[in-house]
Design a protein around this ligand. Structure first.
Ligand SMILES: [Zn+2]
Length: 137
């Protein structure tokens, strides 16, 4: 048993990270306090953490790509659902990119002919159509 220097709770050694620099070979703070601290540090310094992560990515490009690929492979369903939710939100809010896509893919406009006025016009048209169909806008 060991008392954590942060939460002052007595816990089994298994609840402490190993630390060769300390007398008993275990960290002075328990795992949950260490995790809490790391979280706070991360949130306080997201930019710094990002830099560290990007540096790591740069140095470990192949591994980073492989890990990313593995993650995507393991989370196919999650990605699918997220993508669907995002699409639904874009559709609901009649986002610029959604309306632009409608104009180019379904109305035959080319990208360079799309103006803000045209997007606004299409938005109104869709809203009217949805109203007529009884959809809430
Ligand atoms: Zn603790």
């Amino acid at each position: 048993m060991k008392v954590c220097c942060i939460c002052k709770i007595s816990k089994l050694l298994i609840n402490y990270h190993k630390d060769k620099t300390s007398k008993d070979g275990h960290s002075y703070q328990c795992k949950s306090c260490a995790i809490e601290k790391a979280k706070k540090h991360y949130l306080n310094d997201i930019e710094h953490s990002k830099k560290i992560r990007n540096n790591w990515k740069q140095k470990n490009k192949d591994l980073s790509i492989k890990l990313c690929k593995d993650w995507r492979e393991k989370n196919k369903e999650k990605i699918k659902i997220n993508h669907k939710n995002t699409e639904e939100k874009l559709r609901e809010n009649l986002s610029y990119s959604y309306v632009k896509r409608l104009l180019t893919q379904h109305n035959g406009f080319s990208k360079e002919h799309i103006t803000n006025e045209l997007i606004e016009f299409k938005r109104i048209q869709i809203k009217l159509k949805r109203l007529l169909n009884g959809e809430l806008v």
